[in-house]
Ligand binder design. Structure first.
Ligand SMILES: [Zn+2]
Length: 413
């Protein structure tokens, strides 16, 4: 049997992931997302396939799913939590498209009807489909995130598609475990880069928060709604300070708490979520500014309530802006780190605040990726979702056949 693989997006970069697999007997797509820059970036147009698999809800993996499921009548294999999370992000994405004047790729109805295509799966289970056996493993990235292993019924090579993975335990989720396979299709966001020890990052972050507050400043913690908001709440809980939570992360946290089995410590998250001050109105936003410790979307500073807080606090170097995640190319956060300015309503504004970056990544670092490959023990390794894959490739190619595909170009094995 020959397999033909094509990345529709997200091979050479972190964003708009889409992976097409065509074998002699069946075809499928893993993830179909968009990059939420302005204007948004989309993957190549997907063809009709037999199966659609979604690893997790993040918009760069799920963002174009309503388009896909409304255009073709295909079942969508994912966890119910991922579907519910993705729907929140899709509705938000639609709103942003309208606000920013970009043509929407799908309608509210398409988002709603996506649920009708769901084929519910869960971690640590096996499913026997017509052409292959499907194994679902936790990816350790965010709650509900999974890896898919396909083993064709004719005993041909098994394929593991990782989506985004993390191998270490974070406050929110437990790390993933390697899975034996023949062809490993693995994300490589952190190829060539290692993370500092998590405990050290947490310590430095909490010390900075204390230092700013004690110095009379206010702290903005920009976060992604899904995963990072909750991780930061769990970490900030150590400080025993009043926290103000604004943006989409609140709704997402409530949803997480309905699926406690995907969380490492649901009880602790519930407790801290009951204690935070939720911000929903303008008056509450003023109170949050007085309060001084604000956790809010968006994590890349590309829209969301975070910009209104920055506008109020940007001219006082006593105030802190503590970035908590990877800032993708083209984002406001990246521009802040590289040039000290961000785009606010079309004009570039200088940010005179105590700006710091903390690597609270939900992705495995370079060393962990190498270790993961060794333990999965594949013959072929396909690296995607990385703009610096050569370093990982060089280290792996003495032991494995390593592929670093580009978008739109099919390759066979
Ligand atoms: Zn992700």
């Amino acid at each position: 049997m020959t397999n033909e693989f094509t990345f529709l997006g997200g091979a050479t970069e972190v964003g708009s992931t889409g992976f097409l697999l065509r074998s002699d007997n069946f075809s499928c797509i893993f993830d179909y997302g968009l990059t939420p820059t302005s204007p948004p970036k989309y993957p190549l147009q997907a063809p009709s396939v037999d199966y659609v698999f979604l690893t997790h809800a993040h918009i760069d993996h799920s963002g174009m799913m309503p388009w896909l499921t409304s255009k073709y009548d295909t079942k969508l294999y994912t966890t119910p939590l991922t579907l519910a999370l993705a729907n929140i992000l899709h509705r938000d994405n639609l709103k942003i498209s309208e606000l920013e004047g970009f043509p929407p790729m799908y309608s509210k109805t398409d988002i709603r009807e996506m649920g009708e295509k769901l084929y519910e799966i869960d971690v640590n289970l096996k499913y026997y489909l017509d052409d292959f056996q499907l194994e679902v493993h936790s990816a350790g990235h965010i709650p509900g995130s999974v890896m898919f292993k396909l083993t064709p019924t004719d005993n041909e090579a098994s394929i593991l598609f990782t989506g985004d993975i993390n191998t270490i335990d974070t406050r929110l989720v437990s790390g993933t475990r390697p899975v034996k396979c023949d062809i490993l299709v693995m994300e490589s966001t952190y190829s060539g880069r290692d993370h500092e020890l998590r405990a050290k990052i947490e310590y430095n972050f909490l010390e900075k928060v204390k230092e700013i507050i004690e110095g009379g400043g206010k702290v903005i913690v920009p976060v992604f709604a899904v995963g990072r908001t909750q991780e930061m709440l769990l970490i900030l809980a150590d400080l025993d300070m009043e926290i103000w939570l604004d943006g989409l992360g609140g709704e997402v946290t409530r949803l997480f708490l309905q699926y406690p089995s995907y969380l490492r410590n649901a009880k602790k998250l519930r407790k801290i979520f009951e204690q935070v001050h939720r911000v929903r109105t303008r008056g509450q936003r003023r109170k949050a500014l007085e309060g001084g410790l604000i956790v809010t979307t968006s994590g890349l500073l590309d829209g969301g309530p975070v910009l209104s807080y920055i506008r109020e606090l940007k001219n006082n170097p006593k105030n802190g802006l503590l970035l908590t995640g990877y800032q993708v190319k083209g984002s406001n956060g990246r521009s802040l780190l590289e040039k000290g300015v961000i785009n606010m309503d079309g004009s570039m504004e200088k940010i005179n605040m105590d700006v710091n970056f903390y690597d609270f990544s939900a992705h495995a670092g370079h060393k962990e990726l190498l270790d993961f490959v060794t333990k999965c023990d594949p013959e072929h390794v396909v690296l995607y979702h990385g703009d610096n894959r050569d370093i990982l490739k060089q280290e792996l190619e003495s032991d494995y056949v390593v592929h670093i595909p580009v978008e739109g170009k099919a390759f066979k094995m």
